[in-house]
Design a protein around this ligand. Structure first.
Ligand code: ADP
Length: 227
């Protein structure tokens, strides 16, 4: 608490794919601070490097050069196993396709990341599921399977699942890509509330200007650079 250092930071980040003539410079020296408790949108046209930047920030991909620091840890200093554990414990993801497991109820989907981390579902966990589901307006849907939920409800369950581990960073990759505009607005408001009311640091990749309007900060990329 009271820590004013950013939740995550990138310095001099570069990423080059391929070799020789086929070389693509996806990131060309990106410096970025993600302040705690803020909702940041990364925008830009297709191919501008948004996904590559997000993957490097999330420890899903290794940059060619530069550093990524998340909660004070230099991701480049971690080996593969340590990085996997770090991601599981400190990073949450929400995707365009909600990726809920169809045979599990909403509540079972939400606690899955904890179970995969070897944590027992005790009263404290059940209380947190309640709190998140209340905050996200899906408390009356916890016993339902994904097929019985609307797209917006499924995405809000996916947000609860991403938040259950209390991640330092929540990444949302085109979270409204499969939703109609009314439902999109609802999901975007929930992401904004996660930042405002739960103090969650949220990073959303989108190419939709409309979606970016909900963010506190907008970072625009072009040709591998922040412009
Ligand atoms: P965006 O998310 O903004 O659409 P990306 O980060 O996906 O952009 O891609 C940035 C550039 O890097 C593009 O030119 C893309 O073709 C290239 N790129 C991305 N991933 C790979 C890969 N695995 N191999 C080769 N080139 C890639």
């Amino acid at each position: 608490m009271g820590d004013s250092s950013p939740a995550a930071a990138a310095r001099g980040l570069t990423k080059t794919y391929g070799r020789g003539d086929a070389q693509v410079h996806a990131l060309c020296g990106v410096d970025l601070d993600l302040p705690r408790g803020r909702f940041t949108a990364i925008m830009g046209p297709s191919g501008s490097g948004k996904s590559t930047l997000m993957h490097c920030l999330a420890g899903l991909d290794q940059p060619s050069g530069g550093t990524v620091t998340v909660a004070g840890t230099d991701l480049g200093s971690l080996g593969d196993d340590a990085l996997t554990v770090f991601r599981r414990e400190h990073v949450g993801f929400v995707f365009q396709s909600f990726n809920l497991l169809p045979m599990l109820t909403a509540a079972e989907n939400i606690v899955l990341p904890l179970e995969l981390g070897g944590r027992r579902v005790d009263d404290a966990v059940r209380k947190r599921v309640r709190t998140l589901a209340d905050a996200l307006g899906v408390a009356d849907r916890l016993g339902h399977r994904p097929a019985e939920l609307s797209g917006g409800q499924q995405q809000r369950i996916a947000i609860a699942r991403a938040l259950i581990t209390e991640p330092v960073l929540l990444f949302a990759d085109e979270p409204t890509g499969n939703l109609d505009s009314a439902t999109s607005a609802e999901v975007l408001r929930q992401l904004r509330r996660s930042a405002r009311e739960l103090g969650q640091t949220v990073v959303m990749v989108t190419h939709e200007r409309e979606a970016a309007r909900y963010a506190d900060d907008v970072v625009t990329m072009r040709d591998g650079r922040i412009v």
